[in-house]
Ligand binder design. Structure first.
Ligand SMILES: [Zn+2]
Length: 202
């Protein structure tokens, strides 16, 4: 998807409908800065707002994502390309999130170890010692919560028995035994327990 082209197309349609950025923003209940960001190709309209935006601009979502008016004879072709691009974008952002998970994991673990090390071996008043342990534990807990949240939502888990791919509940990811990212969970489709691998594509 070409963000710059989409941005120019939004601006073009907005003007065609005789709207200023501020007027369009008001209709959509958002800031005019958001609109100017779209039009400059710096960001894409959120999926939650796409339909309303397209209604105001009198275009289809397919046209919005293509960044141009689409003739009827290649409408489906464009639609398919846009769907493929959306899936690709999700896969790329999932991959980035999983890398981020590793970084968060390391940072929170190392912070935890350093604070516990200081609290154990460095001369200090007791209340500081206790504060360091508490701070270390909180950092670690927040880090782990976010890591698990990423692991739950980025990509899918694949059942080893029936190969069904799905996004599990936070609680089942939290409670499951794991080897790295592979988790021992119950499949919602075949109801069998197996070691399920994290996969990116569906
Ligand atoms: Zn299964």
């Amino acid at each position: 998807m070409d963000q710059i082209k989409i941005g120019k197309f939004i601006a073009e349609c907005r003007k065609k409908n005789g709207l200023t950025q501020a007027q369009l923003a008001e209709k959509l209940n958002i800031t005019d800065r958001a609109i100017s960001k779209w039009e400059n190709g710096k960001s894409m309209p959120d999926s939650s707002i796409m339909l309303d935006l397209c209604n105001e601009l009198k275009i289809s979502v397919n046209e919005l994502l293509s960044g141009e008016v689409i003739k009827m004879d290649n409408y489906n072709e464009k639609l398919e390309q846009n769907l493929i691009d959306m899936v690709k974008q999700k896969e790329e952002s999932d991959k980035k999130m999983l890398k981020l998970e590793v970084v968060i994991g390391y940072i929170s673990s190392i912070t935890f170890l350093i604070l516990i090390f200081l609290a154990s071996f460095v001369e200090m008043q007791n209340w500081i010692r206790i504060s360091l342990v508490v701070l270390g534990s909180i950092t670690f807990a927040i880090g782990m919560f976010n890591c698990l949240k990423i692991e739950q939502t980025a990509g899918y888990y694949e059942c080893d028995k029936c190969h069904y791919k799905y996004v599990p509940e936070y609680s089942s990811v939290f409670l499951a035994m794991h080897k790295g990212r592979t988790r021992y969970m119950k499949c919602p489709k075949c109801n069998e327990k197996s070691w399920q691998k994290k996969v990116i594509g569906k």
